[in-house]
Design a protein around this ligand. Structure first.
Ligand code: MLT
Length: 409
């Protein structure tokens, strides 16, 4: 008899975004006349074309593979040096991060789930609420939790509520945890964390011998020069934090797939016997066994993001999406809704009108305005009463969404 991993049976319903897709599919099937005018602002998937510099680099790389003399087979599992160096030189200027601290992957979603391979099963894990659902579900899958309660909160996880009162940056817990997931700029609330707030978390992690898993997938959208782009801008973070980054949202790589984890030498965890073990060595070992590297044309495309032309094109993409975020914020404010985020992140987080739950709001927007949003409760119990609008769309669609919001709310 082949036994399954029973932990999967603890998972609640479907993963949020396929579940939204299922509901939208049922709606369009029942209302085929509305399918053409449906506007999707649910999942944070980019809509604009891949930058020209990236496409050129990828074409060139494919041509290299088409010639026996320049053909490449398996690449280094941890990523090609050309990309690791470009990242170290461009993303970590004066932050004491070197190319060999950087591990290239096929995206941050995979990285944030896969990282659990190298941690033990008796860690106390803290996650924010609301949160990117991958952090929770992957902990459930690997057996780090008990069952969920009626609010969908899993036994064994420490939930850190993020509310309007704390500007969606959680208070430092009064108990000791071993691993903390933080994501800033935040998905889903669009909030950003100040230097002081991150410093408090780094100090907590160092004092408690904990590790911070810092998801910086949205750093390119930071507009305020005082908001830290990397956890390594904070003193002490090199001893206690891993950083996840992605080319998905800045470079339009949601379909192309490329991301990376940064792990400085000095981050360590304890073995069962108490010996200090380098996290970087473990991740490198895990990567060599389970991964054969992101594809060569993709890594060349990612490298091109750091060329002069690439930087300019990415800046234009970011400006486009942040222009959308501004319009969405203004439209929601104009109709009297309480709006958060959207200033340093491509997500606008909105309090539902009085008396409507997150899923009520999802249904109302779908059925009346023909717009897909994401219900806040899909990100956790503390997301109830909110909805998220993604700014990843064409300008034309965003202007139309603003009009529909005003007409239907
Ligand atoms: C989101 O909408 O939260 C993101 O697109 C999910 C992701 O990046 O995987």
């Amino acid at each position: 008899m082949a036994r399954i991993n029973d932990n999967f049976l603890k998972l609640k319903a479907g993963y949020l975004f396929p579940e939204i897709g299922r509901r939208v599919g049922a709606f369009t099937q029942a209302n085929p006349d509305k399918a053409a005018s449906l506007i999707k602002c649910g999942i944070g998937d980019v809509t604009e074309a891949l930058p020209e510099a990236v496409r050129e680099a990828m074409h060139k790389a494919v041509d290299e593979l088409g010639n026996r003399d320049t053909f490449r087979g398996y690449g280094p599992e941890q990523g090609y040096d050309f990309l690791r160096e470009a990242i170290a030189d461009n993303c970590y200027v004066n932050l004491n991060i070197s190319a060999d601290d950087i591990f290239i992957s096929d995206g941050s979603k995979c990285d944030s789930g896969n990282i659990l391979d190298i941690f033990g099963q008796d860690n106390k894990i803290a996650i924010t609420d609301p949160v990117y659902p991958v952090y929770v579900d992957t902990n459930v899958m690997i057996g780090n939790t008990g069952d969920a309660d009626e609010n969908g909160r899993y036994e064994g996880l420490v939930y850190l509520p993020c509310t309007a009162e704390n500007n969606f940056v959680p208070a430092i817990p009064d108990e000791k945890v071993d691993i903390i997931y933080l994501c800033y700029p935040n998905n889903p609330s669009g909030a950003s964390a100040t230097r002081e707030q991150l410093a408090a978390w780094v100090n907590y992690a160092k004092a408690n011998d904990a590790i911070i898993l810092y998801d910086a997938a949205y750093e390119a959208f930071i507009q305020d020069p005082d908001v830290p782009r990397s956890i390594y801008e904070i003193e002490g973070a090199h001893d206690c934090a891993l950083e996840f980054r992605s080319f998905s949202k800045n470079g339009g790589f949601t379909g192309v797939r490329c991301g990376y984890i940064t792990i400085p030498d000095s981050v360590t965890g304890a073995s069962a016997s108490g010996e200090r073990i380098s996290i970087k060595q473990l991740w490198s070992r895990r990567t060599s066994t389970k991964f054969n590297g992101a594809s060569y044309p993709v890594q060349r495309g990612a490298e091109a993001i750091f060329s002069e032309a690439g930087k300019k094109q990415v800046a234009e993409l970011v400006a486009h999406y942040m222009g959308n975020a501004k319009l969405l914020r203004e439209a929601c404010s104009e109709i009297g809704l309480n709006v958060f985020g959207g200033e340093n992140a491509p997500y606008v987080w909105v309090a539902c009108p009085e008396g409507l739950t997150s899923w009520d709001m999802f249904d109302k927007m779908l059925e009346e305005a023909n717009v897909v949003i994401t219900p806040g409760s899909g990100f956790g119990a503390a997301g109830e009463g909110y909805f998220r609008i993604s700014a990843f769309n064409s300008r034309e669609n965003v202007i139309e969404v603003c009009t529909r919001l005003k007409n239907h709310l």
